[in-house]
Structures are given as structure tokens and as C-alpha cells.
Design a protein around this ligand. Structure first.
Ligand code: ADP
Ligand code: UDP
Length: 236
């Protein structure tokens, strides 16, 4: 079946059914807008397993997502989605670009979760944008943006509860939404340690893509810990 799109971490293929796509998780790791790139054995299957598990939990809690089924170690069947070119970032603690922007140390607890929008455009480095910029860009209507904010905060509540039970601090994460064939807004893309910051609750150890970004050790071993703590099977 035809390759629809190849990104940095995943591929999307058509299937025999118009209402299904095959999403393949690759072993590629990239950081700093593609400047750093490596192939890490086992990363694709870990992200596929973790993302499938998070999507199953979100669906069970009533969040509409593109996820239909995990069909192999590295593949999922998803609903085709007209993607909205925005990244929605939700933050519970300071880290990464927020720590740099505010001049704060990492790991400071925020009194309220912060929602941020980034305009998805690699050529200009996915800039931070506000509601007025989004209105000018005409990527989504104001009501749809508000709906995305509410959904992102709902996802945060669900993931916080799951992470709390697993001894994980959910520092921040990125979501992508789109419109399904029937025009409804759904959560798409992935929810994995590539797109979320996860720290060990006791030791503060990083178990997400920052391990790769900043050469802190083995990315796969952190991802395996996340998978087993949220109830997945690491080997087999
Ligand atoms: P990037 O494009 O940032 O390099 P990936 O390698 O993760 O990212 O590629 C996945 C691409 O597929 C992203 O552009 C994402 O917006 C898009 N995508 C994710 N889920 C769906 C879906 N259900 N339908 C259509 N496109 C999707
Ligand atoms: N993130 C992502 N894709 C991006 C940018 C950010 O998944 O293109 C995630 C990132 O992993 C983190 C959160 O969004 O969980 C916030 O990222 P931040 O803005 O701090 O990014 P940094 O500048 O550190 O890359």
C-alpha cells in the first residue's frame, strides 16, 4: 500500500480501507529540529507499545482519538485525519523551552497547568504562537481552539492520574489534533516518551527523549521503564 507520508519518527501508509491508515513507528531519533539524528534499535517498538497503551486509556476515559488497534510490534491502525498544523503543549512543571523562556530552573511546579501553542512549520522552527497569531494564520476557528485547550487539559488529568500510580512525574507533553472523516475533532499522532517528559518521582531521573537530546544514557532503558510501569510488556 502507498506511503502517504514519511516523517522523522513515523511513516503513514494507506490500507485497503479508506477509513484506516497504517502508522509505523521507526527507530530513528532526532532532536534540535533534525540537527541530531541516530537510529536506536528497539525505539520504534517501545514507542508503539507505549503510545497504544496511552491511547487505550484515553479512549476508555472518553477522549476521541485516531487509535484503532496495535497490529504488530511497530504498527498501528489509525483513522485518517486532516491534521491541524498546531502542536499543543501542556506543562505541569518547568523544563525545556519554558524554563529557558522564563529564566527558571527545571522542575519548578506550576500552580496551574500551562497550555502553549506552536505553529507546525519545520522551515521556521515550529514557533510559539498565541491566539491572535492563530486567528491570523486561519488554521483553526476560535471555538475549535478552545475545544482543543479543554481536551488537552482533560488528557493532562488522565495522564497525571496514570503517571502518579506508576511513580512517574508528568512534566509536560505535546499533542496534535485533527479532523476525522466525519469532521469531528480527534486526538491523533502519538503519546510517548518522544513527546512527553517523564521523570522518576523519587529520583528525578529522566526517562524520555531528553536522555537522547542531552546524551544522558540509554534512551531504550528509560522507555522500557516507562512501558513496564504503565503496565505494558517489555519483552515478548
Ligand atoms: P514529523 O512530521 O514531525 O517528522 P512523524 O515522523 O511523527 O513527525 O510523522 C508523523 C506525521 O503524521 C506527523 O506529521 C503527524 O501530524 C501525522 N499524523 C499523525 N497521525 C495522523 C493521522 N491519523 N492522519 C494523518 N496524519 C497523521
Ligand atoms: N515536543 C514534541 N515535539 C516538538 C516539540 C516539543 O514532542 O516538536 C514536546 C517535548 O518532548 C516536551 C514538550 O513538548 O515534552 C515541551 O517541549 P519544549 O517546548 O520544552 O521543547 P524543547 O525546547 O526542550 O525541545
Amino acid at each position: 500500500m502507498a506511503l502517504l507520508y514519511e516523517g522523522k519518527a513515523k511513516q503513514l501508509f494507506t490500507t485497503e480501507n479508506d477509513d484506516e491508515l497504517r502508522l509505523v513507528y521507526k527507530n530513528d531519533a532526532t532532536a534540535f529540529n533534525g540537527e541530531k539524528h541516530d537510529v536506536l534499535e528497539g525505539k520504534g517498538k517501545l514507542n508503539n507499545a507505549i503510545s497504544a497503551l496511552f491511547f487505550e486509556v484515553l479512549e476508555a476515559e472518553g477522549v476521541a482519538t485516531h487509535f484503532k488497534a496495535k497490529i504488530s510490534e511497530t504498527e498501528q491502525i489509525v483513522r485518517p485525519t486532516q491534521m491541524i498544523p498546531l502542536e499543543v503543549v501542556v506543562r505541569n512543571l518547568t523544563a525545556g523551552s519554558l524554563a529557558r523562556r522564563l529564566g527558571w530552573a527545571e522542575g519548578k511546579e506550576l500552580t496551574e497547568p500551562i497550555v502553549e501553542w506552536y505553529y507546525k512549520d519545520d522551515a521556521i522552527g515550529d514557533p510559539l504562537v498565541n491566539e491572535a497569531h492563530i486567528a491570523a494564520l486561519e488554521v483553526v476557528k476560535a471555538e475549535e481552539l478552545e475545544e482543543m485547550r479543554m481536551r488537552a487539559l482533560h488528557v493532562n488529568k488522565i495522564l497525571l492520574k496514570l503517571c502518579q500510580k506508576a511513580g512517574i512525574l508528568l512534566v509536560d507533553f505535546k499533542l496534535e489534533f485533527g479532523f476525522a472523516e466525519d469532521g469531528t475533532l480527534i486526538l491523533a499522532d502519538e503519546v510517548s516518551p518522544d513527546t512527553c517528559r517523564f521523570w522518576d518521582k523519587e529520583t528525578g531521573e529522566k526517562m524520555d527523549k531528553d536522555v537522547y537530546r542531552y546524551d544522558l544514557g540509554s534512551l531504550q532503558s528509560g522507555y522500557e521503564t516507562i512501558l513496564s510501569r504503565i503496565g505494558g510488556v517489555v519483552h515478548g
